[in-house]
Design a protein around this ligand. Structure first.
Ligand code: AMP
Length: 194
């Protein structure tokens, strides 16, 4: 993996562990010679992970829509900052430039990005691994809820299991690096199991 797309909050969260997790992820990416691809902002965990990558001498690539340049304070110190026309272009470019995806703690923007990427994996639109960096157990309830969706017949276990979960950047990056690239065909597998 040469580049990892990180989705994360535009807020830092209340617990110090979240900011520390973002700093640790930035360092771990640089240690593995992987570039960061992210939303290009200076605020919240976004800014912290990017600053950590830069402080450790790594490559940080930001992709930000024009309209968010002011609100999310586009980070001017990045290796590359791409200002694009809208959210769709942003997400497309982030996805194209990355070999894997990680969601750190965040709010609905982060969830939306995570679930779009996860859905596209399930539909076979891409075959890149997707993981949750479960800092301080932030995503425990989401993991439980996905299991609930499996139990209630709305999600197949094989698809739920495509989402990697790690408590630390190193544990998660190890999982993503070892993950086989699988092209999923949700509907084909659904029919086979029916
Ligand atoms: P949040 O997790 O709510 O703090 O948002 C984190 C990032 O998600 C922000 O940088 C948003 O620009 C981004 N984002 C991506 N897609 C969306 C969307 N559809 N709605 C809101 N925010 C989004």
């Amino acid at each position: 993996m040469k580049a990892v797309c990180v989705y994360c909050g535009s807020s830092p969260g209340f617990r110090a562990e979240y900011a520390q997790g973002a700093r640790d992820l930035g360092r771990a990416l640089v240690e593995r010679d992987m570039a960061l691809v992210y939303g290009g902002g200076k605020v919240g965990l976004m800014g912290i992970v990017a600053d950590s990558v830069l402080e450790h001498g790594g490559t940080a690539i930001g992709v930000i829509p024009d309209a968010l340049m002011q609100k999310e304070v586009g980070h001017r110190g990045l290796t590359e900052l791409h200002v694009v026309r809208n959210m769709h272009e942003r997400k497309q470019m982030m996805a194209d430039r990355a070999d894997a995806f990680i969601a750190m703690p965040g709010g609905v923007g982060t969830f939306e990005e995570l679930f779009e990427t996860f859905t596209w994996l399930q539909l076979g639109y891409h075959d890149k691994p997707v993981g949750l960096l479960n800092v301080a157990g932030f995503y425990d309830r989401m993991v439980d809820f996905l299991s609930h969706a499996v139990d209630e017949g709305f999600l197949k276990r094989i698809h739920a299991d495509l989402l990697h979960v790690g408590l630390t950047p190193d544990a998660l990056l190890d999982q993503l690096a070892a993950a086989p690239r699988v092209t999923v065909d949700k509907w084909q597998q659904g029919r086979e199991q029916a």
